[in-house]
Design a protein around this ligand. Structure first.
Ligand code: ZN
Length: 289
């Protein structure tokens, strides 16, 4: 190929996604530590004799040697995996554990969506993603808390974290009772738009605790508060993403609690029922109107 030299380079990465390619190959989407998100072809990995196959499963932390131009090249976005060693293959531990598997799927999908441009390094997102998968594997905190902490911190890195300790509109400090996704988070009584949700104060506290990593507060919350938090986090995330996440509605959050989220304002975008498919559709429709 004229003007294009394939270089070998090493990096460690989280496997975000694996797709079939032809008879025996796979395309692996990787979030690397130093080179951002890349897609690479792994040749022959679907053969039973492949040394790579088992190491290139979703959610694994792997050390790779890749061939391609690490700086990027217009004509060739796909790199080739030439070596891979497993550092910690978290995916194995999530097999047969549906809640953790779906949470890991939502983390991987979010990581991909937060890196729309390939080969744009983001060390903090890499560390956040790896840390979240590690925390899921350890099982020290509830699965949904680990996921929501990841989503909140990912939104912080992206620059659109919900306002929690000051009004999203006027900036008045304080713990405000109303929450509006279109307004950008918690809102004071003066700025509260019609249809804002009124979550329990403990729910806003949980969102703050997850954002700052205060696990003592987060671990002590009850399931109703956690569900309300998940609903607000999901709605806020999906408001800012162009398309809804496919994996988020699959996350097992237990049975909904009737009346856990109430909205005196009716069907505004701040109305956030527990995380289910139609939620995103409602939020999206309202965004485009
Ligand atoms: Zn205000």
């Amino acid at each position: 190929m004229a003007g294009y030299r394939r270089q070998l380079y090493r990096d460690d990465a989280v496997v975000l996604r694996v797709q079939k390619l032809g008879e025996s190959d796979r395309i692996i989407t990787l979030l690397t530590r130093r080179h951002g998100r890349i897609r690479a072809v792994a040749r022959g990995v679907r053969r039973t004799t492949s040394r790579f196959g088992a190491r290139l499963e979703p959610f694994g932390h792997v050390d790779l040697q890749l061939a391609g131009d690490p700086k990027g090249n217009q004509g060739s976005s796909l790199h080739t995996v030439s070596q891979v060693e497993g550092i910690d293959l978290y995916g194995k531990r999530f097999l047969g554990d549906y809640p953790r598997y779906t949470a890991a799927s939502a983390i991987a999908e979010t990581a991909e969506r937060l890196t729309p441009v390939e080969r744009e390094p983001s060390l903090r997102l890499f560390q956040l993603t790896l840390g979240a998968l590690k925390a899921l594997a350890r099982g020290e905190h509830a699965t949904t808390l680990v996921l929501d902490a990841y989503l909140l911190r990912g939104m912080t890195l992206a620059g659109w974290a919900p306002a929690l300790v000051a009004c999203a509109v006027c900036g008045t400090p304080g713990r405000h009772r109303a929450f509006s996704v279109p307004a950008g988070g918690a809102v004071c009584p003066d700025c509260r738009p019609p249809g804002a949700a009124h979550p329990a104060p403990a729910t806003i506290d949980l969102m703050s605790a997850l954002t700052s990593g205060d696990w003592v507060v987060a671990d002590a919350t009850d399931s109703g508060v956690r569900r309300e938090c998940s609903g607000l986090v999901a709605a806020h995330l999906q408001w800012h993403l162009e398309r809804a996440l496919r994996s988020l509605p699959l996350v097992d959050r237990g049975a909904p609690v009737a009346g856990a989220v109430t909205s005196p304002g009716g069907a505004g975008p701040g109305v956030v029922p527990p995380r289910v498919g139609p939620t995103a559709a409602v939020v999206f429709r309202e965004k485009t109107e």
